[in-house]
Write a protein that binds this ligand. Structure first.
Ligand code: DX5
Ligand code: ZN
Length: 221
């Protein structure tokens, strides 16, 4: 089994002090930093793009886990690689050429991820399993933080885990993750947990550390 990773989504952080927020969550024990990029087209909200990520890069050595909720994604992959993203995740629904997108990300020297909306079946990734490094199961409809976890996604996580088998692929869950459901999500086979509002409802590094620890303890059972 792969190590448990906590990936705080800075979508819920204080945007006026993002550099400090990133340093604080990493000091609080988070392994990854989850970067939610939204275009107002693939999802009904706009967040930030490569320039903001580039500005954050000098603030930490932690893995930048970039979740692209943009369509098309391919024309921007190089910009996100240049900005310092370590993992670049595209949505399977965002374009007709998922295999090409994944190949492009790997050719840029980055880890390639694919994200699936709640209604999208796992079968869309069946034939690209050897071309990806991460599967991101959306447990809310993407676009906004602070939504409720969709319970039917636990079964989808378990099925994704079975599909992965012994391949070196991280299984990440994003949306409505809390200390209350982290155990169920991890038991189904997820090893990377995104949490936005659960972490950033606290204020500052001590609060963040408490939540990161609680999520990890719950997930590690
Ligand atoms: C939703 C984003 C998530 C979101 C998670 O579109 O992809 O990363 O910010 O936020 P919470 O943890 O509040 O559901
Ligand atoms: Zn996300």
């Amino acid at each position: 089994t792969r190590p448990l990773l906590i990936s705080p989504s800075i979508l819920a952080a204080d945007f006026s002090r993002l550099g400090e927020e990133v340093r604080d969550v990493v000091d609080a024990g988070a392994e990854w930093v989850h970067l939610d990029v939204m275009d107002g087209h693939f999802v009904p909200n706009i967040s930030f793009g490569p320039a903001v990520i580039k500005a954050l890069r000098p603030h930490t050595k932690a893995i930048f886990d970039c979740h692209l909720m943009i369509a098309p994604a391919d024309p921007y992959l190089a910009a996100f690689a240049d900005a310092g993203c370590d993992i670049i995740t595209v949505h399977a629904e965002a374009g007709p050429h998922l295999h090409r997108s994944l190949q492009t990300i790997r050719a840029l020297g980055k880890k390639a991820g694919v994200s699936l909306n709640p209604a999208t079946p796992l079968s869309v990734i069946e034939h690209v399993m050897d071309d990806l490094d991460l599967i991101l199961i959306m447990s809310v409809n993407p676009g906004f933080g602070g939504q409720k976890y969709i319970p039917a996604m636990t079964d989808k996580i378990a099925k994704a885990h079975a599909l992965i088998g012994n391949r070196p692929i991280d299984l990440e869950v994003d949306g409505g993750v809390t200390a209350e459901n982290a155990a169920e999500i991890a038991r189904a086979g997820a090893n990377a947990l995104v949490a936005g509002s659960a972490i950033f409802k606290g204020k500052g590094v001590d609060d963040y550390r408490k939540t990161v620890d609680t999520l990890r303890k719950a997930a590690e059972g």
